[in-house]
Design a protein around this ligand. Structure first.
Ligand code: PMP
Ligand code: GLN
Length: 386
């Protein structure tokens, strides 16, 4: 194995899901829903399979899907992208992130990101031979995760090539406010850096968040330097389909396509018309999905609090992080490894998403994209810990 990949072992999601299968525990680790997405979307996929849409689709994605992606961004964010040249369909957000970084970063270039970060970020940066410059998100007195503006400013320098921003943020549930985004945008412009934005949870911002979801690309001077990434997996409860996309100015998107064609060439044909159908669903689908997840969030947050965890209620995503100190936990990894045996529940230690493990030493993440009865069962089991 090449040196640049040696620091990366099996992903924590695979390890914890395997632990859940082995022990029969309730799996609140890896983030995937336990019910299917919109029936219209599932029917469209079945229809596409039956009607022979089973050969290589065009490299950037089928036109119907690219048009639907453009229309969806216009509807929800007043962002305009040309479906022919400014949008590329990818194998999930994961490929979009990797292809964007590989397309933009030279060896030794620096990528500013916020830690804890989604695990593929560090690996994609390493594959490109680039260097990550993490800025730590910490729980604040206002009950939200925040960052020190001076620390963010100090992370930018002459080698900064891009900032990789995930909002709504996995695993903290933070939704970056317009003020926070304005600072990121100022620094990008000041340093002539690009932005790659991971917005896979764009439709999961709860009604009590400090602000709604604002794409960084909507800030002044940012559209022309931003690759905006999203995915069907979260919004339409189909994480196994791996249909994602990148939108941005034509020169940047064409650079991504250059890389993408040699990573996966094209993506699963029959799923593309189905995601196009889903993206065109009425607004009520998207708000209903959010409201449903907000109830589940409350169920889990209340249950974890009752069970003795120290919890920050997330503003978005379908994850909640909890501090295990009050339950006598000193290390999240040890805590998560023993949790199935102690009470039959699986969670993910947040520590592995930091360059500085100390910053997340006692934090663990629970997913609430599960049926209410599953969450209730998990909470009952966790109460037994106290
Ligand atoms: N980014 C974040 C923040 C995620 O939580 C995930 C996990 N789904 C991904 C990217 C990957 O998305 P996909 O499954 O579409 O590749
Ligand atoms: N995005 C999901 C999570 O954060 C699953 C990711 C994965 O398994 N790679 O749990």
């Amino acid at each position: 194995l090449v040196a640049r990949m040696r620091p990366f072992g099996t992903t924590i999601f695979a390890e914890m899901s395997a632990l859940a299968v082995r022990t029969g525990a309730v799996n609140l680790g890896q983030g995937f829903p336990d019910s299917d997405g919109p029936p219209e979307m599932l029917a469209a996929a079945a229809e596409a399979l039956r009607t022979g849409q089973n050969q290589y689709p065009p490299g950037p994605g089928i036109p119907a899907l690219r048009h639907a992606i453009a229309e969806h961004q216009r509807r929800f964010h007043a962002l305009t992208y040309d479906p022919d040249g400014e949008i590329v369909v990818t194998a999930g957000a994961t490929e979009a992130i990797a292809a964007s970084i590989l397309a933009l970063c030279e060896q030794g270039d620096e990528v500013v990101c916020f830690e804890p970060y989604y695990d593929s970020y560090a690996a994609s940066i390493a594959l490109a031979g680039a260097v990550r410059r993490p800025v730590t998100l910490r729980p604040g007195d206002d009950g939200r995760y925040g960052f020190d503006p001076a620390e963010l400013r100090a992370a930018f320098g002459p080698r900064t090539r891009l900032v990789l921003l995930n909002s709504p943020h996995n695993p903290t549930g933070k939704v970056f406010t317009p003020q926070e985004l304005a600072l990121v945008a100022d620094l990008c412009r000041e340093h002539d850096a690009y932005a790659v934005t991971d917005e896979v949870y764009e439709h999961l911002v709860f009604t009590d968040a400090a602000s709604g979801h604002v794409p960084l690309a909507t800030l002044p001077g940012m559209r022309e330097r931003t690759l905006r990434i999203s995915s069907a997996g979260k919004t339409f409860s189909c994480t196994g389909w791996k249909v994602g996309w990148v939108s941005g100015p034509a020169p940047l998107v064409s650079a991504v396509l250059r890389v993408k064609q040699f990573l996966t060439f094209v993506n699963a044909a029959p799923l593309q018309p189905a995601v196009a159908v889903a993206l065109a669903l009425p607004d009520s689908y998207f708000t209903g999905f959010r409201d449903d997840l907000q109830l589940r969030r409350d169920l889990l947050v209340d249950g974890l609090t009752d069970a003795g965890f120290d919890v920050l209620s997330p503003e978005g995503t379908y994850f909640v992080t909890a501090d295990v100190s009050a339950l006598g936990g000193r290390d999240g990894v040890d805590f998560c490894r023993s949790l199935p045996e102690r009470c039959g529940v699986v969670a993910v230690p947040t520590q592995v998403f930091y360059d500085d493990p100390e910053a997340g030493r006692r934090l663990v993440r629970f997913a609430f994209c599960k049926r209410p009865e599953v969450l209730t069962e998990a909470v009952t089991r966790l109460r037994g810990l106290a």
